[in-house]
Design a protein around this ligand. Structure first.
Ligand code: AMP
Length: 283
């Protein structure tokens, strides 16, 4: 595997390759990331991964400085997956000047859910992803459904800018007890780690209640959301949201959507101690 930090050197190595498939990450790689590398291999060749902890997408009180950086272990994992190039730029490589041009996703997608609780997050994500696409020029790029809203926003960005890249979704990989793998799981204490699977349980309970719902029942979807938030809070979590949304545009779901059998998704973010976890479940 070639490890490259310089944009020009990356371009030199990829010259003439028009089927590259790309998996951007922030490192501290786990099985979720590695599943995306395997998916990338099915859709293109060579596979290019990137590791870059992107300052632009972190808020001032977020964990940019403490975000786990485990480059040597990551390199070994990527080598085992047959990744051809690891693009691991420094901040000076990727942002030699302050990145003043940014990509601002539309409010109705970028300022809801994660965007409401992490202002500017998706602006930072879109900006770095567009720049990484410009560096790698992949034919396909793979993103995890674990970050459901991010996947949707990147897809829309690629569509609206007519980027010549196909966005492929990867399923969420979970620990045996159901907790979605995440680099931030490492922040959990042993006690919190045993509690953490309750987040998926809450999503499953919401899904069951939605499926059991008789659409003519007086109970609304927002009542189900509120009950789930209260139940997690009662267990000591600090939930930011549990939201039942339409899969197509993440707009709030209504009983009419339910009646029409439209695909829905339940998204959540909640803090356990100091660790903020996100997850989602499709209906
Ligand atoms: P990150 O390093 O957290 O920026 O994630 C890099 C990519 O891996 C993103 O497309 C994520 O959605 C994806 N990802 C993170 N966790 C998982 C997981 N548990 N299963 C599948 N994909 C994941």
């Amino acid at each position: 595997m070639k490890i490259i930090s310089d944009i020009q050197e990356l371009r030199d190595h990829l010259r003439g390759q028009n089927r590259a498939s790309f998996v951007p990450t922030m490192g501290n790689l786990h099985e979720g990331h590695l599943s995306l590398m395997r998916l990338a291999r099915q859709h293109g060749d060579p596979v290019v991964a990137s590791i870059f902890v992107n300052r632009l997408q972190f808020g001032p009180n977020e964990d940019f400085d403490s975000y786990p950086r485990t480059m040597q272990a990551d390199i070994e994992k990527l080598e085992k997956e047959g990744v051809y190039i690891l693009f691991a730029p420094t901040e000076r490589d990727l942002y030699p000047q302050p990145q003043e041009y940014r990509v601002d996703p539309p409010q109705q997608l970028g300022d809801i859910l994660e965007g409401e609780f992490r202002p500017g997050f998706f602006k930072g994500v879109c900006t770095v992803v567009l720049k990484l696409f410009s560096c790698v020029q992949p034919k396909v790029a793979v993103f995890g459904k674990k970050d459901y809203q991010q996947l949707m926003i990147i897809r829309q960005m690629a569509k609206q800018f007519a980027l010549p890249v196909e966005i492929i979704p990867g399923e969420t990989i979970r620990a045996e007890d159901g907790l979605a793998l995440s680099s931030r799981n490492g922040y959990l204490s042993a006690k919190e780690r045993t509690e953490a699977p309750e987040l998926l349980k809450a999503l499953k309970e919401v899904r069951q209640r939605v499926l059991d719902l008789n659409v003519r029942d007086a109970i609304s979807l927002s009542k189900i959301e509120q009950a789930a938030v209260a139940s997690l809070a009662g267990r000591g979590w600090q939930p930011d949201y549990i939201a039942i949304r339409q899969q197509c545009d993440l707009a709030p779901a209504s009983n009419e959507n339910l009646e029409a059998g439209e695909p829905l998704v339940i998204l959540t973010a909640a803090k356990l101690g100091k660790t903020r976890l996100i997850d989602n479940l499709e209906i």
